[in-house]
Design a protein around this ligand. Structure first.
Ligand SMILES: *[C@@H]1O[C@H](CO)[C@@H](O)[C@H](O)[C@H]1NC(C)=O
Ligand SMILES: *[C@@H]1O[C@H](CO)[C@@H](O)[C@H](O)[C@H]1NC(C)=O
Ligand SMILES: *[C@@H]1O[C@H](CO)[C@@H](O)[C@H](O)[C@H]1NC(C)=O
Ligand SMILES: *[C@@H]1O[C@H](CO)[C@@H](O)[C@H](O)[C@H]1NC(C)=O
Length: 424
């Protein structure tokens, strides 16, 4: 849960209106973890085949062979590059602001964000194909008895909530529960299809570290405080997810570029392996590479035969006029132009939101040759400076990191379901 609000925790007092149970819960989780040390349109244009679990399970060999160098499914159309078109035609909504899972801070219609209703009037048009809006009823009917796990930070939760609301809109019998360490999960009973969210910031387990008075390798290098990150230990919230779900969607990224939490001087990340500090200490960027490699191997080893594995690329932030804690805001009412996108996100420009493409370089490298497929939402999202909650609901700082719901994570799910359907 990488809220730009609580990057500043624990020294930032909770602001009343925007915090609510969610932020409080998140900070409790953060604190608790300190102690834990110890033909692609099938689903839309034609009747999809009824998929049995067995047929959802290509061998791992098959999955990796189909992985090209970019990690994208080679058989599928490239949905990741394209343009947004304004299309004000009235369409029945997938879901609306009454969906109860929408966290208050992301509910832009209810929170009176100006232009909130415009956000869903833009349609993503990939350069060489179409990305249809997925049909939730067909999806449920086609994928009975399966379980889908989202594993990652609050941006993956944002995507999970979008999928929940879309499915809940067409079927009402839902069981809420917490399988396999999930923060929350819902089973759509009529179809026995489950979706779950597993909360984890770094994927690897981490917690507070303080110098031991008896000394040690880190102590002798002058470290006093920090965070111990175990590169080889998955966080408990998702360690059982690979053996439970049939489909997994991972992400991590925002927390690796959160200097207000992992301050390089005051509270650095101190990487450990086999319970011992890694000496010399690794920079966060190298630490990220090691963690990605270790966690990817862990998932490949623990997942059931044929589990479909996705790694979602980094979700861009759109702070202008400063970062989240420097009065930055995202007041735009339209998507950015291509030129603006490059100005915001080119690594060479070192802008406020520069981490987006840097994180992606690490992810691309890490999944090469693995069973993971890329869910590349970055470019489509880079355009959408207009789609963040901003000051919706009267926040202390603008939220230019999460996304309004309904909003563009609905399109992320269209992409996920198009890629997934093309494989099964
Ligand atoms: C789902 O599971 C039930 C009960 O195990 C079974 O009867 C049904 O055929 C399964 N459906 C599919 C599509 O696999
Ligand atoms: C949004 O506007 C409506 C109508 O003006 C008002 O009743 C409601 O309290 C506002 N909601 C928020 C979160 O500001
Ligand atoms: C529901 O689906 C799960 C897999 O997600 C399966 O283990 C379970 O047996 C199914 N239950 C029924 C009643 O079909
Ligand atoms: C990028 O910008 C940040 C903050 O504006 C600055 O601290 C950092 O040194 C810059 N990095 C480079 C490589 O220019």
């Amino acid at each position: 849960m990488a809220s730009n609000h609580h990057f500043k925790r624990p020294n930032q007092p909770l602001s009343s209106s925007s915090t609510s149970y969610f932020y409080i819960f998140v900070s409790i989780i953060a604190l608790t973890s300190l102690f834990l040390l110890s033909s692609h349109y099938l689903a839309y244009y034609s009747s999809p085949p009824v998929v049995r679990i067995e047929s959802l399970k290509p061998t791992k060999q098959y999955v990796s062979v189909n992985n090209d160098d970019n990690g994208a499914a080679s058989a599928a159309c490239d949905y990741s590059e394209g343009k947004w078109f304004y299309d004000p035609t009235v369409r029945p909504p997938r879901y609306d602001e009454t969906c109860k899972e929408i966290y208050k801070g992301w509910n832009c219609v209810a929170g009176n964000r100006s232009g909130a209703a415009e956000i869903v009037k833009w349609r993503w048009q990939p350069n060489h194909c179409a990305l249809p809006q997925f049909d939730p009823l067909r999806f449920l009917e086609s994928y009975r008895n399966i379980s889908i796990g989202f594993v990652g930070d609050s941006l993956n939760r944002n995507m999970f909530v979008s999928l929940f609301c879309s499915l809940r809109h067409v079927t009402s019998e839902v069981k809420k529960w917490r399988p396999a360490g999930a923060d929350r999960a819902f089973t759509f009973l009529k179809y026995n299809l489950t979706i779950a969210y597993h909360r984890t910031n770094l994927l690897a387990r981490y917690g507070r570290w303080s110098a031991n008075t008896k000394g040690g390798e880190l102590e002798s290098l002058g470290y006093k405080e920090g965070y111990r990150v175990d590169v080889d230990v998955p966080e408990g919230t998702w360690a059982d997810a690979p053996s439970f779900h049939n489909v997994l969607i991972f992400n991590t990224g925002h927390w690796w570029w959160a200097p207000s939490k992992f301050d390089p001087i005051k509270s650095p990340m101190l990487f450990h392996e086999n319970g011992q500090p890694i000496i010399p200490p690794l920079s966060p960027e190298i630490g990220l590479d090691v963690v990605l490699r270790r966690m990817i191997s862990y998932v490949e080893e623990k997942s059931k035969q044929g589990t479909v594995l996705f790694f979602r690329t980094q979700s861009p932030r759109h702070f202008e006029g400063g970062d989240w804690d420097q009065g930055g805001s995202c007041p735009r009412s339209q998507p950015l132009s291509l030129q603006e996108v490059e100005k915001f996100f080119s690594v060479g420009n070192n802008g406020t939101n520069v981490e987006t493409r840097i994180v992606n370089e690490h992810i691309h490298e890490a999944i090469k040759g693995s069973a993971f497929r890329l869910l590349d939402i970055t470019q489509m999202s880079e355009f959408r400076a207009d789609a963040h909650p901003s000051s919706a609901g009267g926040k202390k700082h603008d939220d230019c990191m999460h996304w309004c719901l309904p909003g563009i994570t609905d399109t992320w799910n269209d992409l996920f379901i198009a890629q997934f359907s093309s494989m099964t």
